[in-house]
Ligand binder design. Structure first.
Ligand code: ATP
Ligand code: MG
Length: 394
């Protein structure tokens, strides 16, 4: 199979960039590409997809639709993806005609927790003790030391979906049954001190740039708050996380933006959790706090443009805005954006989703300030207006 390589550079104002998937990450990618003067094409089956609504062209087609993929390849000079569950086969098909970054092979690793963990280990980065469960024999052979643990489906999990916490072998067996005995990974439950993530971008020439490490707070399995600079992470640990992410990227010959999520354990050890072959919710702060956003980095990497080390020019707190904020009890409402935007350093990003649902990511609010304390203070005021818990409360 012929694969089209990255060169020559697709210069701004002269080329068309395509993206597989039309969610909010695709929308923010499209905005970044358009700011640089690129024409943009989105492939997504949903006629109301957030990215499709703002791209120059929206191909309404299934991800494996041959005619849709042919049209995307025909129109674009380079193609990327905005979600990791796009079939790797679709990316491989596109790669026969156009430069695709990240590659189908890299995305395939990220799609399967078992492969992902094997890749971490091969890259010399420690992950949680775990076992892959594909059969009854695998289940029976699970070491007692992995309990209590978390059983996660190997594929298609996100926002804590497809996961069950289990304390005993009986609970484990029941959980696997409830997950319909699909391939799973059982991870030992680790004593977490905090969670962090790091975004790196890697060019086709192997150059890697690292964004500042972000500290993340989850509520109900969904990212709620990101703080940068990470208040409780030492410089040495930030460097370790960045170096690990760069190794993970290099060892799969990755081109594009990669987010790697880590746990910091109570004893201070850094353990990798998972990765996403694309910009990430925890990297949204880069849009307003860094010289180059994670989405511009994605554009630069796929277009063969230089990657510059992205300097953090402001402290930032990001608040995720879920559909819950659009409800007051059972009553629908519009959050008081006017009051939020009256606060200094607030940057509102809404994804243009037509329907608010509880737990659905509708947008995010970045708060930037000269100091971390000030960013946190203003974020606290914004949270109070929106009816969110204080940004430091779990
Ligand atoms: P997403 O893709 O949205 O980040 P996910 O559904 O893939 O989420 P994970 O990141 O695997 O899920 O886990 C969700 C959260 O559950 C983690 O952020 C962490 O808080 C907790 N968690 C996951 N694995 C472990 C573990 N081994 N020990 C302790 N806590 C864990
Ligand atoms: Mg996660």
């Amino acid at each position: 199979m012929a694969v089209v390589t990255g060169l020559p550079t697709k210069l701004p104002g002269e080329a068309t960039l395509g993206v597989m998937g039309g969610g909010q990450l695709g929308r923010m990618f499209v905005h970044a590409a358009q700011a640089l003067g690129y024409r943009t094409v989105v492939l997504d089956p949903d006629p109301q997809s957030p990215a499709g609504l703002v791209a120059h062209e929206h191909i309404h087609a299934d991800y494996l639709d041959a005619a849709g993929l042919a049209r995307l390849a025909e129109q674009c000079d380079a193609i990327t993806t905005e979600f990791e569950n796009v079939p790797a086969q679709a990316l491989n098909t596109l790669a026969e005609r156009r430069f695709v970054a990240p590659s189908g092979a890299a995305v395939a690793i990220c799609q399967d927790r078992a492969d992902e963990k094997a890749h971490f280990t091969a890259s010399g980065v420690a992950c949680a003790p775990h076992a892959v469960i594909r059969s009854q024999a695998d289940l029976d052979a699970v070491a007692d030391a992995l309990l209590p643990g978390i059983l996660k489906t190997a594929r298609m999990g996100y926002d804590g979906k497809g996961q069950q916490r289990v304390k005993t072998r009986a609970e484990l067996a029941a959980a696997w049954e409830a997950l319909k005995r699909v391939p799973c990974v059982l991870e030992q439950m680790l004593p977490l001190k905090l969670e962090l993530s790091v975004i790196v971008a890697r060019g086709a020439d192997g150059q890697v740039v690292q964004f500042p490490v972000q500290q993340n707070l989850h509520r109900d399995g969904i990212l709620a708050v990101t703080q940068v600079p990470a208040p409780d992470v030492s410089e040495a640990m930030q460097a370790e996380a960045g170096a690990s992410a760069a190794r993970i990227a290099a060892s799969m010959d990755y081109v594009g933006v990669l987010c790697v999520e880590f746990f910091v354990l109570q004893d201070g050890r850094l353990v990798v959790n998972e990765m996403a072959p694309r910009p990430h919710n925890s990297g949204h702060y880069t849009m307003d706090a860094c010289e180059v956003s994670q989405f511009e980095a994605q554009v630069r990497a796929m277009a063969g443009l230089p990657l510059c080390a992205p300097r953090l020019h402001s402290a930032a707190v990001m608040l995720n805005l879920l559909g819950d904020q659009w409800f007051d009890g059972s009553q629908e409402r519009t959050p008081a954006w006017d009051r939020v935007l009256a606060l200094p350093g607030t940057h509102l990003h809404l994804y243009g989703k037509t329907e608010a649902r509880r737990g659905r990511k509708m947008g995010h609010l970045n708060v930037t300030a000269a100091t971390p304390a000030e960013a946190l203070r203003v974020a606290g005021e914004a949270a109070a207006i929106l009816g969110l818990p204080a940004p430091t409360a779990a």
